[in-house]
Design a protein around this ligand. Structure first.
Ligand code: GLY
Ligand code: MN
Ligand code: MN
Length: 240
């Protein structure tokens, strides 16, 4: 459970991380380099006094989007692929932890979109349950049910989320009810190596007195918003 001052620092870490995403997205294009996407985010963080990543950045396109902790960011993105970016700054020792998954060419293919929307549905089902007194297990189960009911249960291969704070995976009482002032991630994902489709959507959520609030409310989350984000980039982006 965090004080208002601590939450303000975590919000700052989130805002800097979001700004990193906006710069990084300018580097996404067929023929572009994963490492360049990662470097842009980290450049922004450093220029905002966030000295380091909160955890090793994960930037994986195509088959790499299905690797949970792909550490290398050394592949050239291809037309028609997804790129999964799990990358966030630490600010004043507080971590953010954000993932977005985008289509490299700006448009989801129908199969990608189907999976994306399902992951987002799972996140919504989880978010709806977050409030003081709720149990992490139940929130996890609600997200998992959405994905299982759609037949993809075997592809959601990690926990729904964790506490965030001084540490990206912060200490916390995972089996006790949530309380106002806690910050958790909600990060459902579906990973299908054979299809080269990996989707994770990860947001940082503050438990409030009355429910929950996204600290990460500065980045697009819905598939349509993601496509609009890609389409709104200046024509020269990615050409440097
Ligand atoms: N970036 C590590 C995690 O999402 O838990
Ligand atoms: Mn996480
Ligand atoms: Mn993460």
């Amino acid at each position: 459970r965090h004080s208002a001052d601590e939450i303000a620092l975590m919000q700052r870490a989130v805002r800097i991380s979001e700004e990193g995403f906006r710069a990084a997205v300018l580097e996404i294009r067929p023929g572009g380099f994963e490492g360049r996407v990662e470097a842009e985010a980290e450049r922004v963080w450093k220029s905002r006094s966030a000295r380091r990543p909160a955890y090793p950045s994960i930037v994986g396109s195509g088959p790499n989007s299905t690797i949970l902790h792909y550490p290398r960011s050394e592949r050239v993105m291809q037309d028609g692929e997804l790129i999964l970016m799990d990358m966030s700054a630490e600010f004043a020792h507080y971590a953010a932890d954000i993932t977005r998954t985008l289509p490299v060419n700006g448009k989801f293919t129908p199969p990608q979109r189907k999976i994306y929307d399902l992951v987002r549905q799972a996140q919504k089902a989880a978010f709806a349950l977050v409030r003081p007194g709720a149990y992490f297990e139940d929130i996890d189960a609600a997200a998992r049910k959405v994905i299982e009911d759609a037949g993809y249960g075997d592809h959601f291969i990690h926990g729904l989320g964790h506490f965030v704070g001084l540490d990206v995976h912060d200490a916390g009482a995972y089996h006790e009810p949530l309380a106002a002032g806690m910050v958790i991630t909600l990060e459902p994902g579906i990973y299908m190596p054979a299809e080269k489709i990996g989707v994770r959507i990860e947001d940082d959520v503050l438990v409030t007195e009355t429910g929950a609030k996204f600290l990460t409310d500065g980045l697009p989350r819905e598939a349509d918003e993601i496509e609009a984000w890609m389409a709104s980039r200046p024509a020269s982006s990615g050409q440097r």
